[in-house]
Structures are given as structure tokens and as C-alpha cells.
Design a protein around this ligand. Structure first.
Ligand code: HEM
Length: 464
């Protein structure tokens, strides 16, 4: 009996890659290779596989029931992984980076800002900004579609978070965030694997990148503080900041300035690049799948006719919603997130030791042929028929830490696709496939497109 069989029979350590194979985890600095490595390993060893990396044991899950165990059933045995600790250095202590019980308190205070009534208000801003973005594009223009989508989602997040009067700060804040994030994301796939103290140690080293980071962090803090101060003096707006200013904890306490600044920076960070990336890939796949594009146009023409979409139309556009859902399946903006075991526990029949790192990768799980036949094929129809087990599809995570902006992002995505595709098409200038570049699934190179006009085929009997 080999050593490996022995370990498997006793079910103490799950199977997984060995020795030199594990070095592929680093992908030579190419994040697409890291994701491909994890996907191959999951197909070979799943539903739970394990390996040692830099002295830490990692577990990768490829099974909806095991994911549910970690995110819901046994959530108290797990904390966010190192990535959250590094993010805390950028955005401070917020709903994204805090652990319990602070996380729950912050989430409860923010929740009203993401309620149904509020979403309708945000939806009107999303529809208007999508029209502005579309009308800025003229047929024949050549654009980087990723840039265009980032401008759109930044405008939406800026206005919905801070209101029209201070929305312009979003651009300056986003630039400071991007500089700080670029520094942290250089760690690539190591982000989730390093021990929690690693970020703090690295930050104290006298590296030039640390000085840039500190400057970006100061800039960010100063901008948010000035926005908050201005708004405390004038609470008339009906945006997320107004709701956050009025929010009270169970014991009646309010957000102090520091906490509010950290939450706003977090929402800006978590809320705009994720959606922009998903939209960028949407235009990429649409440009390469004429059949899907034609079906999308048919739905838009039948439901909207000669008018632009409004927030209420989202529920009437199932195919458009399916296009966005299928894009998030193949290109989930949060490609992988981690959990750290706080105590020894059991998972799938294996003992997980305290301190181990659990990797949950929507990118890997969304490519499981058991739930998504021909997983590499872009087919929005998957989302029109029967459902699938909970956690087989999880672009927004799950459990107590499920994305607070999920409904926001879905509405923004569908309104943007419908508004632009109603009148325009994008043709790719470079037909070669574009790979994934970063952990947040930015494309490895800009996706340049030519803007083309589309004449909607309006059926007057059904047009609104
Ligand atoms: C397509 C767009 C988006 C994707 C794919 C996405 C994905 C995710 C995922 C996977 C998580 C959970 C991570 C984990 O469990 O460790 C998360 C959390 C979070 N997201 Fe999103 N997100 C998107 C848009 C947004 C938007 C628009 C906002 C806000 C305006 C937002 C705010 C947050 C926050 C605050 C959390 C932390 C929630 C908590 O810990 O309680 N996200 N997101």
C-alpha cells in the first residue's frame, strides 16, 4: 500500500497534488494559470482536495454541500482569510473586513440602505447613467470596453453612495483605492494563503511600494472624511450615505466618522470594479456569440420596443438577466475567496485543523460538469430552466457574509446591458481569445471594440 492510499483510506487528509505539482498554484505570476490549476485538481481529486503550501494546509472545495457546511452550517468555526486582513489595511474596519460580532452589527446597520425601496431609487440612477454612457458612444468609435464599463459603474456607485453633489469624489477615491489595491494584489494567489499577520509585517518593511500605499490610504481617508463632514452638516439627500448617517445600532449608537468612512470606502471598492468587470466580459462574450446576441436583441425589442428600460423592466427581461448570470458563471468577479479554520472541525469526513485555509472558488465550482454540462460553453438558457443545488452557483458567496450588494449588482448589470444593447452592438477588433488577468478577473489585456449602431425591430403591437 502506498503512503497516499494509506492516508486516503484513513480519511484523515484528502487527496491532492504533490510536491512539484503544487508549485503550479503560483501560476508563474499568471492568475489564470492558478485558476486552471485549481480547476484541474478539483476535477481530478474533488469534492475536497488538499495540499500544503508554505507550511499551511489548504483545502479546496468543489461540492455544494461542503460549501454550505463552511458558509452556513459551521460558519462559526471559520473566519475570513488573510485577504480580508490585507483589505482592512486599505479600507479599514468594515462589514467586509470585520469579524463577528462587529460584522453582524455593521451589516444590520447597512442593510436598510440595500432594501427593496432603496433599490428602486438606485435603479433610476442606474438607468439614467446607462443612457448617459450609451449616448457618449458614437457608431464607429473604438473604445476599451472595460474602461467604458468602469466609468459607468463608478458614476452609479458615486451617485448612489454619496449623492449627486459629492459624486465627483468617487473618481478621486477610486484612483486612491486602485493604487492601494495594486500594491496588495501583487501578492496574487498568495493573498489567501499567507498567515493573517503577514500583511502587517510586510507593511512595516521600508519598501517604496509601502510608501505609495500609505499615501494612497491617507488620500482616501481625507476624501471620505471631507465628504462625511459635509453631509453631517446637511442631511437632505436620499442616498446610501444619508441612510448610513441615520442608521442606529441595537443599543441606539450611530456610525462614528471613522466607521462611516471605512464603510463608504469599502462599498466603493466592493461595489464598482466587480460589476464593471462582469459587464466588460458580457460584451466580450456577446461579441463572440451571435446566436445569443440575436436572442438578447429579440427580447429587448419585444419587451421594450422603442423605449429605454426602467427599473421595473428588470423582472420582464429574463433572457437579459440570464446573459448576465451566465457571464458571472464563467467570469465570477470574486474568483475565489477564503476562510481560515478557527478551531479543529470536521468537513466531508476529514479533520480540518485550526489555522487551515479553505479555498472556495466560484470559478472552479461553476465549471463542475455535474451541474453545468459542457461547462466552458456560454449558454444563458441554463438559467431559464430548472435550478441547481444551492451553492453550485455562487458568484455572490453565501451565508451570513453573502454579498450585501447582490440585488444592486444584478439590477445594475441588467439595466446596463438592456440600455446599451437596445441601440448598440460592439465588434471586437482583435479576434484572439482574451485571458483572465487578475484575481478580480480583469482581462489580461484591454478588450478593444468598435461601436456599431443597431436598429431595433420594433413590433408595434407589443412595444411599451
Ligand atoms: C457582480 C458584482 C459583484 C460580485 C460578483 C460580488 C461578489 C461578492 C462575494 C463573492 C462576496 C462574499 C465574499 C466572502 O464571503 O468572503 C461579496 C461580499 C460583499 N460585497 Fe459584493 N459583489 C458584487 C457587487 C457588489 C456591490 C455592487 C456592492 C455594494 C454596493 C458589494 C458589496 C459587498 C460587501 C459590503 C460585501 C461583504 C459582505 C459581508 O461580509 O457581510 N458587492 N461580494
Amino acid at each position: 500500500m502506498t503512503h497516499r492510499q494509506f492516508r486516503t483510506r484513513r480519511k484523515r487528509i484528502p487527496p491532492g497534488p504533490r510536491g512539484w505539482e503544487v508549485t503550479q498554484f503560483f501560476g508563474n505570476g499568471d492568475f489564470a494559470k492558478t485558476l486552471d490549476f485549481l480547476t484541474r485538481q478539483a476535477r481530478e481529486h474533488g469534492p475536497i482536495l488538499s495540499f500544503r503550501l508554505l507550511g499551511r494546509r489548504m483545502y479546496v472545495l468543489d461540492d455544494p454541500a461542503l460549501v454550505r457546511d463552511v458558509l452556513v452550517v459551521k460558519q462559526h468555526a471559520f473566519a475570513r482569510a488573510t485577504g480580508a486582513a490585507l483589505l482592512r489595511e486599505i479600507v479599514g474596519t468594515s462589514v467586509l473586513t470585520a469579524e463577528e460580532p462587529l460584522h453582524r452589527a455593521r451589516r444590520r446597520m447597512l442593510q436598510p440602505a440595500f432594501g427593496r425601496a432603496q433599490l428602486a431609487t438606485y435603479g433610476a440612477v442606474m438607468a439614467e447613467e446607462a443612457r448617459i454612457a450609451r449616448d457618449a458612444l458614437a457608431p464607429g468609435d473604438v473604445v476599451d470596453v472595460g474602461d467604458a464599463m468602469t466609468r459607468l459603474t463608478l458614476a452609479v456607485t458615486g451617485r448612489t453612495l454619496f449623492g449627486a453633489d459629492v459624486g465627483e469624489h468617487a473618481t478621486a477615491m477610486s484612483a486612491a483605492l486602485a493604487r492601494a489595491m495594486a500594491d496588495v494584489s501583487r501578492l496574487g494567489p498568495l493573498l489567501e494563503v499567507l498567515p493573517p499577520w503577514a500583511g502587517a509585517v510586510r507593511r512595516r518593511l521600508p519598501l517604496p511600494s509601502n510608501r505609495t500605499f500609505a499615501r494612497a490610504r491617507r488620500e482616501l481617508g481625507a476624501i471620505v472624511a471631507s465628504v462625511v463632514a459635509r453631509r453631517r452638516a446637511d442631511e437632505r439627500e436620499n442616498d446610501l450615505l444619508a441612510l448610513a448617517l441615520a442608521a442606529r445600532d441595537d443599543d441606539g449608537s450611530r456610525f462614528d466618522d471613522r466607521a462611516l468612512a471605512d464603510e463608504l470606502a469599502t462599498l466603493l471598492l466592493a461595489g464598482h470594479e466587480t460589476t464593471a468587470t462582469a459587464l466588460c466580459w458580457t460584451w466580450y462574450v456577446l461579441a463572440s456569440h451571435p446566436r445569443v446576441e440575436a436572442a438578447l436583441h429579440a427580447e429587448l425589442d419585444a419587451v421594450l420596443g422603442a423605449r429605454d428600460p426602467e427599473p421595473d423592466d428588470v423582472a420582464r427581461l429574463p433572457y437579459t438577466s440570464a446573459v448576465f448570470a451566465e457571464t458571472l458563471r464563467l467570469y465570477p468577479s470574486a474568483s475565489a475567496f477564503g476562510r481560515r479554520a478557527l478551531e479543529r472541525c470536521e468537513l466531508g469526513g476529514y479533520t480540518i485543523e485550526a489555522g487551515a485555509c479553505i479555498v472556495i472558488s466560484p470559478y472552479v465550482i461553476h465549471r463542475n460538469p455535474r451541474y453545468f454540462p459542457e461547462p466552458e460553453t456560454f449558454r444563458p438558457e441554463r438559467f431559464l430552466g430548472e435550478g441547481r443545488p444551492e451553492f453550485a452557483y455562487l458568484p455572490f458567496g453565501g451565508g451570513a457574509r453573502r454579498c450585501i450588494g447582490e440585488a444592486f449588482a444584478r439590477m445594475e448589470g441588467v439595466l446596463a446591458i438592456a440600455t446599451l444593447a437596445r441601440r448598440l452592438r460592439f465588434e471586437r477588433l482583435d479576434p484572439l481569445p482574451v485571458a483572465i488577468g487578475t484575481a478580480t478577473l480583469r482581462p489580461a489585456r484591454p478588450i478593444r471594440v468598435r461601436v456599431c449602431e443597431r436598429s431595433p425591430r420594433v413590433d408595434c403591437s407589443s412595444a411599451g
